[in-house]
Design a protein around this ligand. Sequence first.
Ligand code: PMP
Length: 362
Amino acid sequence: LTRLGVRAIQPYQPGKPIDELARELGLESANIIKLASNENPLGPSPKVLVAIESAATELSRYPDGNGFVLKHALAEKYGIQQEQVTLGNGSNDVLELIARAFAGPGDEVIFSEYAFVVYPHATKAVEATPVVVPAVNWGHDLTAMANAVTDKTKLVFVANPNNPTGTWFSKEALEAFLGMIPNQVIVVLDEAYIEYVEDPNFPNGLDYLSQYPNLVVTRTFSKAYGLAGLRVGYSLSSPAIADILNRLRQAFNVNSLALVAAVAALSDHQYLVDSIAINQQGMAQLESGFSELGLNYIPSKGNFIAVEVGTQSQTIYQQLLAAGVIVRPVANYQMPNHLRVSIGLPEENQRLLTVLKQLVAA
Ligand code: PMP
């Protein structure tokens, strides 16, 4: 009954609700910490809560299907035209729209080994052919990716930084890569974690939009802006690409609370500053904690870090879970020796390290 390709798609494996997990483990929900989905440990900005409360009185109305106010705020922030912005139900929605718009059966879509799981998912959903390019030191091999382009290639997905590895590429590397990709191939530069990066060598995709009309930059409110539960993300591109995506999207793909929350989140600069600071502090805490335990990790520029715990990773994952610490196994990314840990609050990071110490010493 289904289209042929659909059964080749692995369903996304969500974690259990915390209350349900607590019941199974015989723990208090309040004693469980979740370091599994690269969420912001600070909770949402207080400005967002105020905005949502006042918007709630309008819940019987449909949202603004054009997201006018949010697009305006984004265009202003980035100094671009509103016509370059496409809003999505999370940036996942935009990534899927891009795949639907540009690829289909017989087409090739290139991404890296250890790339974000939505790229193979979106590729298979449109029955295009995934072309997976081997990574180098866990990161994208941009030269090999550009060399993998054929007449059939429609799309190349790159993430900077990448999830789940946290690896990244420089301005120089991105420039060389963009220069190698033919104009008719769409390059998707996924910058879900860019707000966390403060390295002067790190490229900002927006700087390349005017030179490369085939470039689409995707970003999200789920990470540094702390709105994962509301589902709002966006792409920035040429107006021509945004026009295509706009034709394909659902009319009301971003809900009314998400729209006002995102605008409020953009206005709360201090929250962003605090989020970046707590991430830097937590990253340093985990790096030195892992080193003390003799564990290797992949240096990361995101709000998460992949730590190498060895062939027993699944057991360690289960033991952490039993102790009320949820992390993310990454065996489905062909990284069976690693666990991905999201950066939490200092006391959460400490608790992870304390439990992990008992496990790796055992
Ligand atoms: N891209 C990357 C690299 C991600 O890690 C994520 C979140 N896991 C997303 C995109 C999608 O995030 P969202 O749909 O919440 O915007």
